[in-house]
Design a protein around this ligand. Sequence first.
Ligand code: HEC
Length: 141
Amino acid sequence: MKRKNITMAALVFWLGLSAVPCAVRAASAEENPLKEEMRLLDGAYKTLIDAIALNNPGIIEGPFQEVLDAKPRTEDALKSGNIKLPKNNDKMLMFESLDEEFHRNVKVLMESSKKGDMKMVEMMAHKLLNGCIHCHGNFRQ
Ligand code: HEC
């Protein structure tokens, strides 16, 4: 009986511990739509690398569409001042123009993948990677 109680206590403690990081993660994703969009983008870009390596254009569009769908939430949060860029938050015009260019390239990528034009897909993959590096250099801590 005593042993059972200890086991129960350990279980409750363990469940409690594992629930805490989940709650924290869920909250921060909701509070910062830019980070959420970036995590979607990170996944989409990794899928893109697979698509090129495996010559499988069909898997590209879906994850990038999710990135496009997340953009309005990021824009709202930045406009309302709910979130700030970690670096150079006062250079919002430059951020917006890099962001616009990036999203234009994402759309070209998606169109090329639909046509199965893998040469263009590869070109856009390089352009997009340059976009990640350029924007992070200016606006990420
Ligand atoms: C127009 C600007 C811009 C572009 C383009 C961009 N990022 Fe980001 N990214 C940011 C900023 C700003 C942050 C920092 C957000 C913060 O910490 O508040 C960030 C953060 C991240 C993070 C960390 C998210 C987190 O949870 O802390 C990842 C991963 C990421 N970006 C991946 C990418 C990848 C992959 C690409 C290119 C395929 C890319 N980003 C392109 C602006 C950009």
